[in-house]
Ligand binder design. Structure first.
Ligand code: TZP
Ligand code: MG
Length: 213
């Protein structure tokens, strides 16, 4: 299970700030078609019942395709779907508390915003971390961008998979990789494209080429 997480390079988030509820399945299918290695459902404004319903629908598609589904914020939903992973932020419940809720083999990832938090998340037992926002982004507007200068250091200090995040687009992905990133999360850069599968595929190609280099 953990080995398959290590193989993941492109982590797509289906954020309902960008996707109409009626298009969730279509967009999930496009992300899968483009080669997203992981897909997260992020829903900040919907009811728990609605998030649960949508996560179930997404999981019907992702499980058939062999793509792990990660649920943001809600351990009970991750447990019930059942999703392959749960994602927590700095202000959510602890990883230990979440582990008491989710299934034993459920990955738990954590958002981190600097190297100290990244090391702490690893020590707390995170299976992977998000690291950012690298650049200013409307998807997470209240967070100061940290730039790309700490990417090298976080890779020296943290052994669990590190997914760089925040304002990453196809256009700046080569710079992010040149700064030392191996894995990325992209949200609006995929979801706002007129061809979600194509942009996903292009991002995946850049990440795969980088891995081979
Ligand atoms: N956490 C840190 S930045 C971010 C999250 C959820 C948003 C990333 O979204 P985008 O649209 O790829 O900048
Ligand atoms: Mg959260």
């Amino acid at each position: 299970m953990v080995d398959s997480l290590k193989r993941c390079r492109l982590y797509a988030i289906l954020d309902l700030a960008y996707v109409e509820v009626a298009k969730v399945e279509h967009v999930t299918a496009e992300l899968i078609r483009g080669g997203a290695d992981l897909i997260q459902l992020r829903a900040k404004k919907q009811t728990l019942a609605e998030i649960r319903r949508l996560a179930g629908k997404m999981h019907g598609l992702t499980s058939k395709a062999g793509v792990p589904l990660i649920v943001n914020d809600h351990p009970e939903i991750a447990r019930d779907v059942p999703a392959e992973g749960l994602h927590l932020g700095q202000d959510d419940l602890s990883i230990a508390a979440a582990r008491r809720v989710v299934r034993q083999d459920c990955w738990i990832g954590k958002s981190t915003h600097n190297v100290v938090q990244a090391i702490a998340a690893q020590d707390e037992g995170a299976d992977y971390i998000g690291f950012g926002p690298l650049f200013a982004t409307p998807t997470k507007p209240d967070y100061a961008p940290i730039g790309t200068t700490e990417i090298g250091r976080v890779h020296e200090k943290v052994r669990v998979p590190i997914f760089c995040i925040g304002g990453i687009k196809l256009a700046n992905l080569p710079d992010v990789l040149a700064a030392g990133a191996k894995r990325v999360v992209i949200v609006s850069g995929l979801l706002q494209s007129p061809d979600i599968a194509a942009v996903t595929q292009s991002a995946k190609q850049l990440l795969t080429k980088n891995q081979d280099a």
